[in-house]
Design a binder for this molecule. Structure first.
Ligand code: UD1
Length: 429
């Protein structure tokens, strides 16, 4: 029963270091399964989803050795395509990367239907369409087991035009195609920085992938990959979350180890709200001194405003002058956290895929819960601005994607701590 306790109202000053990107590290860790050799991966974020992925790889027979808190060596030479425990794979969405990696390496893979945050329907039809274009047969059993196999000839190259822009399907099909003879072309591909990061990792292992970061990716199949050393890119969503926190509380924080280009859509919205964002080579300095102005956001695939920053900006909008409209353009139902913000006093109306947030009403600390990873981050941001004490439950969901969130915020002056309940005597100073 871990909880986060926050006493709001403290401006933030100082420096925050950003970890490697969770959503890049996940496919890269699973892609190590494609490699019969040693992959040394640095800048790995020490978050629960990564620990779980490494555990899954170990159950498949890969050797996993932590070389430090943010470095791992994975040697999948002796790995084999067995079914990992459904308990493990259902705990997170990214376990579906086993399908692409398993098909590419062994010509077969099995996985329990992937879990993860509940944003409404999360189909994998585009992943299946991509695998089928490469010659795989994908079946789902009644109890939710997904099996992907290929006949004796192995996978072949294919042309795939995705019906929707899907990050996961783009990454998964890239993995499967990397050793398929001939040239595979993926059109209407996702363009997120983590697509480029996986392509760079695979190319460092000997793959021949071009066009990652555009909507057309070309993959020339190679016969085998080899080991490599690789460092994961910084986490733009972790960085964006702290940028929103500084904008919410006021103050000035330098956020280190970022790629400012990846943050452009977030920076643009903060500037529209009257927050200053200074871009340095690998850092941004966020300063808020003035009241927050209203603005509107629609989330879109990259380079649009990221859906994974939508809840954090909803919390920020609660503090702006006037009514802000927040439209979700990626997921069917990503407003489950709104009820929790309302418990803190937020005035939010949700109509279909748009939340209208009337800012300016004071937030008051109370007990809330993290309904999902980024929804939990929104509770932290709101709690940092609320009067009195906010207690956040279900923080294991936040810890899936943020390493040492409490320590990083404490270091810049927040009154925040993590407690294990029941412990009636713990109180913030
Ligand atoms: C990833 C991220 C998630 C983020 C999302 C969008 C990980 C582990 N998760 O999720 O945090 O919110 O990208 O940036 O990296 N779709 C289909 N059919 C498919 C696949 C997707 O219709 O086969 C739809 C989805 O329902 C959704 C949209 O496409 O509406 C985007 O989904 P997708 O980009 O695939 O998200 P994930 O990769 O699952």
């Amino acid at each position: 029963m871990e909880k986060i306790l926050i006493r709001g109202g403290k401006p933030l000053y100082g420096t925050i270091e950003i970890d490697g990107m969770k959503n890049a590290a996940l496919p890269i860790v699973f892609a190590a399964l494609l490699v019969p050799g040693k992959c040394h991966i640095d800048n790995l974020p020490a978050v629960k989803d990564i620990a779980l992925s490494l555990k899954i790889l170990e159950t498949l027979g890969a050797r996993v050795e932590m070389l430090g808190p943010n470095s791992v060596e994975i040697d999948a030479t002796c790995a084999c395509p067995i079914l990992p425990s459904a308990d493990l794979t259902r705990k997170m969405r990214a376990s579906y990367y086993l399908l692409g990696a398993g098909l590419g390496r062994f010509g077969s893979a099995m996985v329990g239907y992937p879990g993860g945050c509940d944003f409404g329907k999360r189909p994998i039809d585009q992943h299946v369409k991509g695998f089928e274009s490469l010659g795989a047969i994908v079946e789902e059993s009644e109890d939710g087991l997904i099996t992907a196999t290929v006949g004796e000839g192995g996978l072949h190259s294919g042309n795939i035009f995705f019906d929707v822009v899907s990050v996961g399907a783009t990454l998964n099909v890239m993995m499967a195609a990397v050793t398929a003879p001939g040239q595979t072309i993926i059109e209407n591909a996702a363009r997120e920085p983590h697509i480029v990061d996986l392509a760079n990792f695979l190319n460092t292992c000997g793959a021949q992938i071009t066009g990652a970061g555009t909507d057309t990716i070309k993959i020339k199949g190679v016969s085998e990959l080899h080991g490599c050393s690789y460092a994961i890119i910084p986490d733009m969503i972790e960085a964006g979350t702290y940028m929103a926190a500084v904008a919410a509380t006021s103050g000035q924080v330098k956020i280190n180890n970022v790629i400012p280009k990846h943050l452009e859509s977030i920076t643009a919205k903060l500037e529209e709200m009257g927050v200053s964002v200074e871009e340095l080579d690998d850092a941004v300095v966020v300063t808020r001194t003035e009241p927050l102005q209203k603005c509107n956001i629609k989330t879109l695939p990259y380079p649009g405003f990221p859906t994974d920053m939508q809840p954090q900006f909803c919390a920020l909008f609660c503090l702006a002058e006037g009514t802000c409209h927040l439209t979700e353009g990626v997921w069917d139902n990503r407003f489950r956290y709104v009820d929790e913000l309302r418990r803190l006093g937020a005035q939010i109306e949700v109509n279909g895929k748009t939340a209208s947030v009337t800012g300016g009403a004071p937030l008051h600390g109370t007990s809330v819960r993290a309904v999902d990873l980024r929804g939990g981050a929104a509770m932290v941001i709101a709690g940092l601005c609320a009067d009195g004490q906010t207690v956040i439950d279900d923080i294991h969901l936040i810890e899936r994607g943020y390493h040492d969130l409490v320590g990083k915020l404490t270091a810049v002056g927040a009154d925040i701590c993590r407690v294990v309940y029941p412990d009636p005597i713990v109180q913030l100073s």
